[in-house]
Ligand binder design. Structure first.
Ligand code: ADP
Ligand code: MG
Length: 337
């Protein structure tokens, strides 16, 4: 064993990147979430060769002040929380201040940003700032990431086929678009547009854009609440099913999460209406006091800890059950699509 010493910042960032930046889709997720946190109304995501060649995210959000850009690339640097209390009341998608330094430590990153007053471009590669220059840009941020994992060969090798990596990217953007119907998203892969949402705040329209108008017509609105939770969204009629649970999207205070118990609650709401091995399409927008959700469980925040999980599960299954029991009595909820 050698002597004990502190790791260099670049190495520490690369270690953190191991958790936050698993694959191209993680980069898309982090950059697009930053755009949403910056109050963007339009987020364009341009990907080449499933993100392995390049990932570009352009937003019309707040931008970063020129004198703060370098700080944004430091680890644990964030504008989103300041106190311990904030940590328990997180309302933004990001708060750990890890994404930009992590991505910059394992790729080539060029970020141009403007708050409207002044603009700047920074170029990082392998965690090092290579250049900062003034830039002219309307308000917003434009980030391009290339050469992902150029200095972490094991990560590069671990990537799956282009098809799989692209599917992961599409999944990330779909879920973000479902979480933020008021934001217009555009996903382009190798110059082909894969998704475009209108940003009019209409969840049903986003669902139609992602799953197709025909499928959206076979989904009904659900609405429920108890003292702690409100639930809104759309669930498929029992005739519209898939072979996987992944079409059940759970949003908690605007964040798409994975949760087995809540996913089971959705399925339980269908009772015996589903065939074995078949699962519904559903998008549930769940709102609650942020104190009931601990987001700080995992670096990617896909898993959260819920204080009243069983009560929420019950609300989900009973709301869906009651809605589907009435389904033949109520004319199609989706006549305006
Ligand atoms: P976090 O999102 O957890 O705060 P990041 O490393 O992703 O950490 O970003 C660091 C900071 O850089 C953010 O807190 C934010 O202030 C700023 N930032 C990053 N991306 C954008 C963007 N697209 N628009 C405006 N500000 C941004
Ligand atoms: Mg972030």
């Amino acid at each position: 064993m050698g002597t004990i010493h502190e790791l260099s910042t670049v190495l520490a960032d690369q270690i953190a990147a191991g958790e936050v930046v698993e694959r191209p889709a993680s980069v898309v997720k982090e950059l697009a979430e930053n755009a949403v946190d910056a109050h963007a109304t339009q987020v364009d995501i341009l990907v080449v060769e499933a993100g392995v060649r390049s990932i570009r995210v352009i937003d019309d959000g707040d931008g970063i002040a020129t004198d703060e850009v370098r700080t944004a690339f430091k680890r644990h640097a964030t504008s989103k929380i300041t106190s311990r209390e904030d940590l328990f009341r997180v309302s933004s998608l990001g708060f750990r201040g890890e994404a930009l330094p992590s991505i910059a430590s394992v790729a080539d990153v060029t970020l141009t940003t403007s708050t409207g007053a002044s603009g700047t471009t920074v170029h990082y590669r392998g965690g090092k700032l290579l250049q900062q220059t003034p830039a002219a840009l309307r308000q917003g941020t434009d980030v391009t990431v290339t050469d992902l994992f150029f200095n972490t060969p094991a990560r590069l090798k671990y990537l799956k086929s282009a098809q799989t990596e692209l599917a992961n990217i599409v999944d990330v953007v779909d879920r973000l678009a479902l979480s933020y119907p008021a934001v217009a998203f555009r996903l382009v892969h190798n110059q082909k547009e894969l998704l475009r949402t209108a940003g009019r705040g209409d969840l049903q329209q986003v669902i139609a854009g992602i799953y197709g108008v025909q499928n959206a017509r076979k989904m009904v609105a659900v609405d429920g609440n108890d003292p702690d939770f409100t639930l809104k969204g759309f669930v498929a009629l029992p005739e519209l099913t898939r072979a996987s649970r992944q079409y059940i999207t759970l949003l908690i205070n605007g964040r798409a999460i994975k949760n087995q118990q809540l996913t089971k609650a959705v399925i339980a709401g269908y009772g015996s209406k589903l065939m074995v091995g078949r699962y519904p399409l559903a998008v549930l927008d769940l709102r609650m006091d942020p104190l009931l959700v601990d987001v700080n469980v995992h670096p990617t925040k896909r898993e959260v800890r819920l204080s009243k999980e069983s009560a929420l599960a019950k609300l989900i299954s009973t709301t869906i059950r009651d809605r589907l029991a009435n389904v033949n009595l109520i004319p199609s909820a989706l006549t305006n699509l």
